[in-house]
Write a protein that binds this ligand. Sequence first.
Ligand SMILES: [Zn+2]
Ligand SMILES: [Zn+2]
Length: 206
Amino acid sequence: MKSYSSPTCHCAALYFYDFLYHDAESNIPKNILSHISQCSYCKFQINRLRNIIFDRNDLSAKKTQLLVLIKKLKLHFSYVNAPVTCGIAKLFFISLSDSICPIRIPTPITVHIESCQPCNDDLKTIVELNLTEQQLGQLENLLKQSGPQEVPASFNLNRKEVQRILDRPQSGVITRYNFDDNISIQEQSFDNIYSGWPMTVQINKI
Ligand SMILES: [Zn+2]
Ligand SMILES: [Zn+2]
């Protein structure tokens, strides 16, 4: 095997993309295919190309994830300086239960859930039930409806538990998340898990 490029390599290079992306048999002339299979230079170049393409796909996947996260955060922060009840928090249960783009900063919604034991329990239960993609979609729709909802039989063994979440009355905990320009990091106590975040949370119980 030779490890330098030959005039045939230059011809073969025109087909590297086809080789990676398409059905090699149909698009690439036979003599080029047999050259590629024997030429270490061409194989090296094809591998390099494969790595570059793979990296680029990885980057675009990250970009998609970031866009999903930004969209989620926008929804959460639309509740700044607004009272957040269980009825609002439950709309976010499904998106918060998915671990693909987790939210790692306190938001008006996450501080409600942390301050409200029943919401906290419900979210934990949803994660633990390990629902299918389809069931999660159904549950998200059910959580958005107002009034009593019947959990469909497709939830099988989880039906009772999901019904309990849907029927759970509001706890009465109302949180209000505000940005606070006056808080400096030094002033904040280290007992506070949100130390360093320029925000205040007001918790009321009715
Ligand atoms: Zn070659
Ligand atoms: Zn709640």
